[in-house]
Design a protein around this ligand. Structure first.
Ligand code: PXP
Length: 238
């Protein structure tokens, strides 16, 4: 049975919009776990646009399932990960101006440096996953880099706007799953997955854990709004 890791970055995005203390991603993580999440994922970005160091430190103490830290393979982030010790580190590319992670990690072209980052984290006892496009060259490079897991970037599949390109992207994902399984890599997947497009991916099988954020937080805002408004109406007009 596939597992669900809930990415709570955008709870922090809402908090940062006001720079205050709510909503607190630590509370969101606890609710997600109570609802059945198998893990909590956060991305501590270099610019700290949503998740803060405080969140990482508190979540390390409070998460009862598994804490997956998405991070760039920089010295700063590697040192933080070695200190905080999340249950998994997922290395992602990071560009300052991007709205969200745009592509998979370019492992093949940067094999030596990625391998070094993987080794530093593993030497500290950490499990390392590499976020890669569903491309056989990148999957093979992830294996050569010594990764424990890959996370297959499902963004192109999620963004496909017609059946033909969706089928093509799905085939790439399926081939990458087969290849990674043959190489003995653990296989996660994520990015852009939602309540509709998850079905065709899950039908392939072979994915251990999905990391899903934006669509879950978006749904939470809509399904929670009715209750939130009713509560305020009740306070104003008891
Ligand atoms: N996996 C990785 C590596 C990501 O960078 C992200 C986005 O932070 C996700 C999964 C979750 O993507 P989404 O928010 O589109 O569900």
């Amino acid at each position: 049975m596939a597992k669900l890791g809930v990415n709570i970055d955008h709870v922090a995005t809402i908090r940062q919009a006001r720079g205050g203390v709510e909503p607190d991603p630590v509370a969101a993580a606890a609710i997600a776990e109570l609802a059945g999440a198998d893990g909590i994922t956060i991305h501590l970005r270099e610019d700290r646009r949503h998740i803060q160091d405080r969140d990482l430190n508190l979540l390390r103490q409070t998460v009862k399932t598994k804490l997956n830290l998405e991070m760039a393979a920089t010295d700063e982030m590697i040192n933080i990960a070695l200190k905080v010790k999340p249950d998994m580190c997922t290395l992602v590319p990071e560009k300052r101006q991007e709205l969200t992670t745009e592509g998979g990690l370019e492992v093949r072209a940067n094999l030596a440096s990625v391998k070094q980052a993987v080794e530093r984290l593993q030497d500290g006892g950490l499990i390392v996953s590499l976020f890669v496009d569903p491309d056989p060259d990148q999957v093979k490079a992830a294996d050569k880099a010594g990764a424990d897991y890959i996370e297959i970037h499902t963004g192109a599949y999620a963004e496909a706007r017609d059946w033909k390109s969706e089928d093509e992207e799905l085939e790439k994902i399926e081939n990458s799953i087969r290849l990674a399984a043959k190489l003995g890599l653990g296989i996660n997947a994520g990015h852009g997955l939602n309540y509709t497009n998850i079905k065709r991916i899950e039908a392939i099988g072979g994915i251990e854990e999905y990391n899903i954020g934006h669509s879950i937080i978006s749904r939470a805002v809509l399904v929670g709004l009715d209750r939130a408004v009713r509560d305020m109406v009740e306070l104003i007009n008891p």
